[in-house]
Design a protein around this ligand. Structure first.
Ligand SMILES: [Zn+2]
Ligand SMILES: [Zn+2]
Length: 66
C-alpha cells in the first residue's frame, strides 16, 4: 500500500517521526530525547534549526536568551 504522504503529522517528532503527546507539550521527544519546538501559529512540531514551520510555513522566530 502506498499512501501519498503529503503533509507530515504535526504531532510527530521531526527527528524520529514518532507521534508525541502534544497535549503534554513536552519540550523534548520521549523516544529520541531531542529538543522539540512548537509552531506558535499551528502548534505543529518542528526540529531545531528550522527557519519556517514545515506544516504551515509560518516563519519561526526562536527566542534566544535575553
Ligand atoms: Zn523523536
Ligand atoms: Zn506551523
Amino acid at each position: 500500500m502506498t499512501h501519498s504522504n503529503s503533509g507530515k503529522n504535526p504531532a510527530a517528532c521531526p527527528y524520529c517521526d514518532i507521534t508525541t503527546e502534544t497535549e503534554a507539550r513536552m519540550p523534548f521527544c520521549k523516544a529520541c530525547k531531542l529538543s522539540l519546538f512548537y509552531c506558535p501559529a499551528c502548534g505543529g512540531l518542528f526540529g531545531r534549526g528550522e527557519s519556517c514551520c514545515p506544516h504551515c510555513q509560518a516563519e519561526i522566530t526562536v527566542q534566544k536568551e535575553k
